[in-house]
Design a protein around this ligand. Structure first.
Ligand SMILES: O=C(O)C(=O)C[C@]1(C(=O)O)C=C[C@@H](O)C=C1
Length: 366
C-alpha cells in the first residue's frame, strides 16, 4: 500500500528516478554483456581450442580502475564487489568456469572461491586438498581454491606440501576475514556436550570455548561444514563454523563471533594450469631449498636483497628427502617477467638446490 502523508510525492519522485536509473543500468549491463560475447568470438578466432576466456590480469585491471574512479557515496570495496559480479556474469556468458574447493558446501573455502570469481562460476565441493589438485591437474575443473595460511594458526601445511610434487601454478590469492559462530539445533549453551569443528577453528576459538564450554568435548572434523552437518543431527552438540554453514544445515546461532583474535584472516590460493600474466601489481611464490650448511639460507636470499625485491612471506617445511633437509616457500613482490625479478630469480636458481616458481599472480583487489 502507498505511504500517505509527509513522505507522499517526495518519496514517489525519488522512487520514479530509481526505477528509471535501474532501466538505464540494465541496458548498459546488457550492452557490456554483448561486448563480452564479442570478446569471446575474437578470442576463439585467434586461439581456437587453446582459448583462455578467464583473464585474471584483465579482471584486476577493471576492478582497480573502478576503485580509483569511484567518487562515492558507495565505498570502493562495495563498488568493486558489484563489478566483480557483473564480470562474473559476463564471463559465464563466454564460458562458465568450474571451480573446485575444499567442501562440503558452506566452508570458508567456498566463500573465498565466490569472493574471487563471483557467483556465476560453478563450484564443486571436494573432500580433500589432494583431490582438488588432482581434479585441476586432470582438467575436469578449471581452477581450485585451497587454504594456505591463517593469521592465528599459521600455515596449512598440506597445501604447501602438495605443491612440492604438483605441476599446477598459483594464479591468484584471496584473503577472507573469518568469523566463527557457535551453531546448534538447540538454543541453550548448557545442553552442549560436544563441539565439532576443523582443528584450526577449534584452536582459533580456544579461549572462548575454555570460558563458556569448559566441559564439552572438542572433536576435530575434516571441515567446519562437515562439523555443522554432524551437529545438525545431534541434540546435545554444536559446531564452530561460519554463517553459510548455519544457513545450509539449518542451525541456530548460539553465539556470534567467538574467535579469540578479532582480525582473524585466512589466505587462500587459486590454483590452475598456468599462472597469470603481469597486471602491474603482482606477487610471485617460490619453492626453494639450499645446501645444509652455515649461512645457507642467507646466501639463498642475498639475490633478493641485491635486486631490491621485497619478500612478504617465508615458510620452511621438511622436504622429506632427509631429516636435515628443508624447503622454503617464499613470496616476493613483483611478477616473474618484471626485469628486476627475472634477474633475481636467475641468480636464485644458481644458488639453490631446488628451485621452482609456483606462480606469479595479481595482488588481490577485494
Ligand atoms: O576482457 C576480456 O578478456 C573478457 O573476457 C571480458 C571480461 C569482462 O567482463 O570484463 C570477462 C572475463 C575475463 O576474465 C576478463 C574480462
Amino acid at each position: 500500500m502507498e505511504q500517505a502523508g509527509t513522505q507522499g510525492d517526495g518519496l514517489k519522485d525519488v522512487r520514479d528516478r530509481i526505477d528509471a536509473i535501474d532501466l538505464e543500468l540494465l541496458s548498459l549491463i546488457s550492452e557490456r554483456a554483448r561486448c563480452a560475447q564479442q570478446v569471446a568470438q575474437i578470442k576463439t578466432a585467434a586461439d581456437g581450442q587453446r582459448v583462455q576466456f578467464y583473464r585474471p590480469e584483465r579482471e584486476v585491471a577493471v576492478l582497480r580502475r573502478i576503485k580509483a574512479a569511484n567518487a562515492g557515496p558507495l565505498d570502493g570495496e562495495e563498488v568493486a564487489r558489484l563489478f566483480r559480479e557483473i564480470m562474473s556474469a559476463c564471463l559465464a556468458l563466454e564460458r562458465p568456469l568450474n571451480v573446485a574447493y575444499l567442501g562440503p558446501a558452506g566452508t570458508f573455502t567456498q566463500a573465498a572461491a565466490i569472493k574471487h570469481f563471483g557467483h556465476s562460476v560453478q563450484t564443486f565441493a571436494l573432500a580433500t586438498i589432494s583431490e582438488i589438485f588432482r581434479e585441476v591437474e586432470a582438467g575436469s575443473c578449471d581452477f581450485g581454491v585451497v587454504p594456505v595460511e591463517n593469521s592465528t594458526e599459521g600455515v596449512v601445511s598440506h597445501t604447501l606440501d602438495t605443491f612440492m610434487t604438483s605441476p599446477l601454478r598459483i594464479t591468484g590469492e584471496v584473503s577472507l576475514r573469518i568469523h566463527h559462530h557457535l551453531l546448534s539445533v538447540v538454543d541453550q549453551l548448557c545442553m552442549i556436550r560436544t563441539v565439532y569443528s576443523h582443528q584450526q577453528s577449534l584452536a582459533q576459538c580456544r579461549g572462548w570455548l575454555d570460558r563458556h564450554l569448559p566441559n564439552a568435548e572438542r572433536v576435530a572434523m575434516g571441515s567446519n561444514a562437515e562439523a555443522a552437518r554432524t551437529a545438525a543431527t545431534e541434540e546435545d552438540a554444536a559446531a564452530v563454523a561460519g554463517w553459510q554453514a548455519a544457513e545450509i544445515y539449518g542451525l541456530k546461532v548460539l553465539a556470534e563471533r567467538i574467535e579469540d583474535e578479532p582480525g582473524n584472516t585466512t589466505r587462500f590460493l587459486v590454483i590452475g594450469p598456468q599462472d597469470a600474466p603481469p597486471s602491474g601489481e603482482d606477487k610471485t611464490s617460490l619453492l626453494l631449498s639450499c645446501r645444509n650448511q652455515a649461512g645457507g639460507l642467507h646466501a639463498l636470499l642475498t639475490p633478493l636483497a641485491a635486486h631490491g625485491i621485497s619478500m612478504t612471506r617465508i615458510e620452511s617445511r621438511p622436504s622429506r628427502r632427509g631429516i636435515w633437509d628443508y624447503v622454503f616457500f617464499i613470496d616476493i613482490m613483483g611478477h616473474r617477467d618484471d626485469p628486476k625479478v627475472a634477474l633475481a630469480l636467475e641468480s636464485l636458481k644458481q644458488s639453490s638446490l631446488l628451485f621452482k616458481v609456483l606462480g606469479s599472480y595479481p595482488v588481490a583487489v577485494l
